[in-house]
Design a protein around this ligand. Sequence first.
Ligand code: MN
Length: 423
Amino acid sequence: MPLIESWVVSANSAQSQFPLNNLPYGRYLDHALRLPCTAIGDQILDLRALERTGLLDIGTGDFFQHPSGINAFMEAGSDVWSAIRTRLIELLSNANVEDRDVVAGCLRPMQRTRMAMPFDVAEFTDFYSGKYHAINVGTMFRGAENALPPNWLHIPIGYNGRASTVVVSGTEIVRPNGQTKAPDAALPSFGPSKRLDIELEMGAIVGGSSQMGQPLTVAEADEMIFGYVLLNDWSARDIQAWEYQPLGPFQAKAFATSISPWIVTKAALEPFRTSTPEREINLLPYLNEPSPMLYDIDLSVTLQPEGQVPTTIARTNYNEMYYSAAQQLAHHASSGCAMNSGDLLGSGTISGPEKSQRGSLLEMSWGGEEPLMLDCGKTRTFIEDGDTLTLHGAAKGDGYQIGFGECIGTIKPALPFGRPGDC
Ligand code: MN
């Protein structure tokens, strides 16, 4: 598909993350309100204001007057998603002369806008579906012979995370305190994590709902996915190592998850669909992918110590995943677990086969043994206070790109912990 030209001329540049082909959904902050919007070039389009002009009225009902903004729209289902997208393309395309002035009245410069959480997260589940990540971590902890757990090639392994601490890009992240035990220590101790890490992931956002007891086919699951965001699953490796057996990660992950401010829709990503890699062992039939359900999205991570230049520390692609979000969602519902609009599914850390394609510092520094050299001359094994970590993502089309914006987080020092007077 070629670039769809817009009368918002900044959207037509090959460098723009938000051409008319994209039209992601988000919410911007207007005093205490979070108002639904889309992005077009260097502008945002206020969808509540546009709906009030009557130009979005195509017989599907009002969604953007609702206090949650985007959630009400997501719940409306794929026919409505596609009708509104078609109408927005019509209104913003070069071909539209008649209503330009009215639509232009609902635009505002993106640079002067602060973004809020793009939607209300219902529940958050995180998976472990990147094969190279699982092999790297497994090799470090169990040796190369036993790198992949025996269930890994059969199940998209996951755990139920916390929705309460999913935050929008730009939110400062406080280094977590927690219980850890050094290998040579007799007893555990409590204090700031010393091995704070990122996980480069994509988040899939569920639009529709399923009933308790109702399984989903992979095709139905794909239909239910509204769109995707960049997701940083901040991880405290030392807390994780001590707590994770036998029930999986808990406090090591519960303190924060950052997501990018724009939900890039499945419709915008359609030209970039690609298949999951060839199966090493056939999956059970309920997990088979009937058509390509993964996407070709370039991803990268930068690390910037306070006051220094940023360094790109990893470049990889979403197409490295072994399981798609649709397969993860089908697996999630397979027991009868009810899935809801607003559920967020983390892909799992996305690493490629090369060293430069690793999506966590744990892998990049090989458990802290091989420090990374940064462009500013400093080195890192894990994250230090004041460091800013930024995820970037874009699907590259012919003369345009579908950008995800950025997912940024700066680490602040841990809070003092203890009873008053204890320090
Ligand atoms: Mn994760």
